[in-house]
Ligand binder design. Sequence first.
Ligand code: AHR
Length: 552
Amino acid sequence: ATLLIDGSPQSGRKMPDKLFGIFFEEINHAGAGGLWAELVSNRGFEAGGQTTPSNIDPWSVIGNETYVTVQTDRSSCFNRNKIALRMEVLCDDEESNACPAGGVGIYNPGFWGMNIEEGKAYNLALYVKSMEPIDISVSLTSADGLQSLATANIALATLELSNWTKVELQLEAKGSNTNSRLQLTTTKKGVIWFDQVSLMPVDTYKGHGFRKELFSMLADLKPSFLRFPGGCFVEGEWLRNAFRWTATIGPWEERPGHFGDVWMYWTDDGLGYFEFLQLAEDLGASPVWVVNNGVSHNDQVDTSSILPFVQDVLDSIEFARGEPTSKWGSVRAAMGHPAPFELKYMAIGNEDCGKKNYRGNYLKFYYTIKAAYPDIELISNCDGSSTRLDHPADMYDFHIYTTANDMFSKVHRFDHTSRDANSPKAFVSEYAVTGNDAGTGSLLAALAEAGFLIGLELNSDIVEMASYAPLFVNANDRRWNPDAIVFNSWQHYGTPSYWMQHFFKESNGAMLHPSVLQTNSSSLIASAIIWTSKEDSSTFLKLRLSILGAIT
Ligand code: AHR
């Protein structure tokens, strides 16, 4: 095959500045137990539900029932998360009724083991209450409790008794173990309540709470936008379990957390709406906020009753963009970000186009948001690539999960889409080869996706943005395969689809030059781009050639 390229300056067409970005969904423990560096899982003991007694999973008890009993009650000092843990210690430090060596108490293994590293510091915060003087040992240990990595003591003085007291201390690790746990133990008889126990590594990206090596994987893709927080996670199986931004902001200990019923796990919502906006800013990416439009997988709000939902979304915009003196802007400022975030893109719902109330609800959101914030680009869930949308939108969402052959053939998917200047542009916000061709990640899948992306570049006069899905998977909780980045508590790697995206990271705002591929093969596709490096103003030419089933 021969590739002919016209590289003359006047022949190039500038591609959109935001052509390639990333889509973060709270799926596969991408955030809780993933990018969000919090090491304690179920830190407020709420995951077992709001009724008591409830299970405290993954917390476990150290010591049998003759020494210690543990149950949940509703005595927390936090109104939105009333559950606390009540631990009654029956043994003592006296010989007649002695506690086992090492004491009794509780431990948390984090998300399939905590990665504790020698020489690193960890911030512990917890709330504790008791009626009598107490002495608690805090320790980081191996999974069997035998290897001690760090220890500290908490003693409550008589003055603080009966009140909830916040304790904060720093633990420095004297050893390493990738499968560690946090223990709270005592050898003293009495009743102790615990609530909101957090253990954060001091060393997170800019101190913003993001696990550094996973953040780097994202930053290396040079994403121009960050779509968040889902996906189906935004919708929920039921509306009561959908992502509600107001429950995810403010002090971490006051957040109720919620059970994501699509991907079937609890999240303490440490990675909340504010943190997503912060993540986008840290990545130099534009946030794309996907909002629930009153539609879940199984229930829907009638358009006649949708206004409170619309107001809630307007409030979320004020939180992101409002003056620090405004109602919601002041909450953001109190969280440490007085300057507004640059929120310019919002998607109204996720994959909801076919649902009964979608269009009605959509229009209420669309017109109200546009009236208040005309510069925000609004994205519809309805596919406008083959037929004109019957409602106004700045962009329409397009999702594709398919086989390698089919993905590769979709290089032409947008060739015949209307070029009418008034038509909304495409946002391919989820694409991936799935099934047997992909497994948990394959070169075949990546090559087919590369072909598809070349097609998007060639059609980037009407395709504005695109992102792969899903982004992350914790190898201990594979809810969806394949994914771009695989990790556990201490390791990570990019699948071929990750590195495929890496190969396209210079496309945003680059010049696409006309190229002709002289070949008899229909499984060969190419594009040529020229871009100037921001670092040293050098100019580069990059050719992309993808052939299905072979590496070129
Ligand atoms: O990316 C995984 C899921 O696929 C998303 O949550 C949803 O939007 C799509 O169906």
